[in-house]
Write a protein that binds this ligand. Structure first.
Ligand code: PLP
Length: 422
């Protein structure tokens, strides 16, 4: 096992060899202690603090930290063959592709396996271009699809895009939830429309009912592909195994990552129809990955998909999410001067704070209460709550009582600020 240095050494090494800015950011939020152990929804730090995890690796720990079924599957695979030569057939990857075809909706049939969300999105962008021969992808305002250059061209936040321009030219952007704008934006150079069924980093934005159905109709009408990015919404997070199932919408490509690895291994998957895969089958080497499809990650994903069904995680997410929303709405009514609005689907919940300052204070105060909470990457005025899907009501109640203390603290500081100001 790797020897864990004490906190002051870890901080020094972050300063000298990782990223001093990142260390500063974590320190500002009270998070500059090493993580030494985690299980379920509990994370322990080297300084002795024990946190309740309501971020779950930004949607990566739907089944909690270190789920024993996933750990056991990975250990068994590790003992047999962690990585293969890549020259012979890979039966674990084949089994995973077969299972994904079985579990994902409609005609989705073929999978390209990679190592992360952004890689899975890159594959979808390239396969859409390959299939249609057209250059452009349309995505939504505030979308988050990853930060490699192709994905970044569809991740619409100025702060992330501007230092890296020019990005891929002519990728379109439309307001999320607006069907008319989408209809008008599609042109004869459009290869695909790519959307998150519920925007995660955009601030947990749930679109109007019927939106995805409308998007499917419009993309069919124009003969362009529909890519649904379920990196964050997939694997039970929104109360369905895959969020697109709520409206029975079947995309041409579905993108998964994060919790697909069961919280134990990194993995991404781009799953498409036979039609989308046509030219890729003719030219199988146009898109490849050395580690994509490695046996360890595929074994973790197979265990995670089994768990999803056997543990009824989507139902747990729907029920616990409804309870969380109810008690958070009560909290919002008690602190309208701090929290403006609560919304979500399943265990994917966002809280609008009254201002960016209120959001920053809330994060610091909630973390002081030893609950992990974070802001949405494309929308720093929104607190996001995305716990493991099986968090019981008793733990949710404990989170709420700690958040209540944090709200009181935030209110007091905001009152002091406004007194000083005038
Ligand atoms: N797509 C969505 C919807 C995401 O939420 C994320 C990450 O948060 C990504 C893609 C990128 O995933 P990764 O960070 O694994 O590259």
């Amino acid at each position: 096992m790797v020897a864990i240095p004490d906190d002051s050494t870890t901080k020094q090494w972050y300063m000298d060899h990782v990223n001093s800015g990142l260390l500063g950011l974590l320190g500002f939020m009270g998070l500059d202690s090493a993580e030494v152990e985690a299980s379920g929804w509990t994370v322990r730090a080297a300084d002795g603090r024990e946190f309740i995890d309501c971020v779950a690796g930004y949607g990566s720990y739907n089944f909690g930290h270190r789920h024993p079924a996933v750990v056991a599957a990975v250990q068994a695979q590790l003992a047999r063959m962690p990585m293969s030569s890549k020259l012979l057939l890979n039966p674990v990857q084949a089994r995973l592709a077969h299972k994904l075809a079985d579990m994902t909706p409609g005609e989705l049939q073929y999978s390209f396996i990679s190592n992360s969300g952004t890689e899975a999105v890159e594959a979808a962008i390239k396969l859409a271009k390959l299939k249609t021969g057209r250059p452009d992808i349309i995505s939504a305002k505030n979308a988050y699809h990853g930060k490699t250059l192709g994905s970044l061209s569809t991740t619409h936040r100025e702060h992330f895009q501007s230092p890296f321009r020019p990005l891929i030219a002519n990728f379109g952007v439309v307001p999320f939830g607006d069907l008319e704008a989408l209809d008008a934006a599609i042109s004869d150079t459009t290869a695909a429309v790519m959307l998150e069924p519920v925007q995660g980093e955009g601030g947990i934005r749930v679109p109007p009912a019927g939106y995805l159905t409308g998007v499917r109709e419009i993309t069919r009408k124009h003969g362009v592909l529909l890519i649904l990015d379920e990196v964050q919404t997939g694997m039970g997070r929104t109360g369905r195994n895959f969020a697109c199932e709520r409206e029975g919408v079947v995309p041409d490509m579905l993108v998964l990552a994060k919790s697909l690895g069961g919280g134990v291994m990194p993995i991404g998957a781009t799953i498409g129809t036979a039609e989308v895969w046509e030219l890729f089958q003719e030219h199988p080497l146009v898109h490849t990955s050395t580690f994509g499809g490695n046996e360890l990650a595929c074994a973790a994903a197979l265990a995670a998909l089994d768990l999803l069904v056997e543990g009824d995680y989507a139902r747990q997410s729907e029920e616990s999410g409804a309870y969380f929303l109810k008690v958070l709405n009560q909290l919002q009514q008690d602190f309208p001067d701090v929290l403006a609005e609560v919304r979500g689907q399943g265990m994917m919940i966002g809280i609008d704070c009254v201002s960016k300052d209120a959001c920053e204070l809330m994060i610091a105060n909630v973390i002081e209460q030893q609950v992990f909470i974070a802001f949405a990457l494309n929308n720093p005025e929104v607190l996001r709550i995305e716990p493991p899907l099986d968090m019981p009501v008793s733990v949710i109640d404990e989170v709420i009582s700690r958040m209540r203390i944090a709200c009181e603290g935030t209110r007091q500081i905001m009152e002091q600020f406004s007194q000083i100001q005038g």
